[in-house]
Design a protein around this ligand. Structure first.
Ligand SMILES: *Cc1c(COP(=O)(O)O)cnc(C)c1O
Length: 393
């Protein structure tokens, strides 16, 4: 089970990735090792272990066997070489960026990035001396090329965008970056390792907030930096320099969540599609931004690059509804928790405020609401939404 054949489906691979029951007396899930100190039978053994610190037991901060197995498995699922587990998604993306930019370098960042990514660019990268340019998520290859400078080292993508869900032409943008020797990093949290095979589209480094769908139960934090062969060493080394580590317990839970990821995603997607269709038919709704639905402006890119979608999307209320009414709608929902960090089994809702989160102006008129459609019965969720619409009628 340690080896995954390429002809197996993602579902089967997700079930078996990183498991080796015969290594652990037949135990189905790799056991949980809690360790800081690792001791060695001799100085020679210690010196030998140090050479393989990222693959074998050397010091607890660098991980233990189940962590190494999980890092390899999850990278293989996405078509990468190896991943690096860190404490959370933000640690993953900051480590990945710092592995490839230094003061006086330039980075191109999608204007649709996750809020804390922008915070890192504004409050760390800029004072550190890195030049940051935000480009429009739907930019063409030609316009992106115009933004490239001699000192551009990283192209940072996130597809779909956080909150507004524009799809990026990942293949095209990575192609022009590659031609200039620029490293491409993509936040693939929405896509997941099984929903978007980012490495096949030209991505060098893929970020996952495993906190979300991989963990899947809203009870742990974990970040993964999946790398192709060329990017692995600099990323691993930067994680070491910054002192990042992943808790053995959280890796255990993420590995357990991975087993049910394909069936959970299929259910999230099916319920989301039903709710999207019904929202599109409501007079209160102006737009729905769900990349896996044919109404999405870049639906063709989703079809080309993704094999799964999930339960996360936003919709826009008709202009006649003000912010107070949007908040009243959100408050009236009983089956949707009001909060952050989607990807668990339960439904969530959030009023979206894009203030300070976009460099380029957006043409959005109405109030935006983000939904995470969970694993509850889809009709129950819809009934709840219908009664909340009545509240603002
Ligand atoms: C949640 C999220 C992160 C950060 O993950 P944490 O584990 O909460 O640090 C990064 N990127 C995206 C797109 C996210 O949604």
């Amino acid at each position: 089970m340690g080896t995954s054949r390429n002809n197996l489906s993602k579902t089967t691979q997700s079930l078996n990735a990183g498991r080796a029951p015969h290594k652990y007396g037949g135990i189905v899930n790799p056991p949980l090792y809690r360790a800081s100190t690792i001791t060695f039978p001799s100085v020679a053994a210690l010196m030998e272990a140090e050479k393989h610190w990222d693959k074998q037991h050397f010091y607890g901060r660098y991980g233990t066997e189940p962590t190494f197995a999980f890092e390899q498995a999850v990278a293989a699922l996405e078509g990468g070489y190896r991943s690096v587990a860190v404490s959370c998604g933000v640690a993953a993306l900051t480590t990945a960026i710092l592995a490839f930019v230094k003061p006086t370098d330039h980075i191109l960042v999608s204007d649709g990035v996750y809020g804390p990514t922008r915070l890192f660019c504004e409050q760390f990268l800029k004072p550190y001396g890195v030049d940051v340019t935000y480009y429009e998520p739907t930019i063409s290859e030609r316009s992106l090329t115009d933004l490239m400078q001699g000192n551009t080292k990283v192209l940072y993508l996130e597809s779909p965008s956080s909150l507004t869900f524009e799809m990026q032409d990942v293949q095209g943008l990575c192609r022009v970056a590659k031609a200039k020797g620029i490293t491409t990093i993509m936040d693939n949290t929405w896509g997941t390792p099984i929903g978007c095979a980012s490495f096949a589209h030209g991505v060098d480094v893929s970020i996952h907030a495993a906190t979300k769908y991989i963990m899947g139960h809203s009870d742990g934090l974990l970040g993964l930096i999946s790398c192709n062969e060329a990017s692995y060493k600099p990323v691993r080394q930067m994680g070491k320099i910054l002192g990042h580590s992943a808790s053995a317990d959280d890796v255990y839970m993420a590995a357990r969540g991975l087993r049910t990821l394909p069936v959970r995603l299929a259910q999230h997607q099916a319920s989301a599609l039903t709710i999207v269709e019904r929202l599109l038919a409501r007079p209160e709704v102006a737009q729905v931004w769900y990349p896996a639905h044919s109404s999405h402006p870049q639906h063709a890119l989703w079809r080309r690059d993704f094999t799964h979608a999930c339960g996360l999307f936003s919709f826009v209320l008709d202009e006649r509804y003000n912010q107070a009414q949007a908040h009243r709608f959100v408050d009236a929902l009983t089956l949707f928790g009001i909060g952050f960090s989607w990807g668990g089994y339960e439904s969530l809702v959030l009023p979206v405020n894009l203030q300070g989160l976009r460099h380029h102006p957006t043409a959005i008129k109405g109030q935006v609401i983000r939904l995470h459609v969970g694993l509850e019965d889809g009709d129950d969720l819809w009934d709840d939404m219908v009664q909340a619409f009545k509240e603002i009628a």
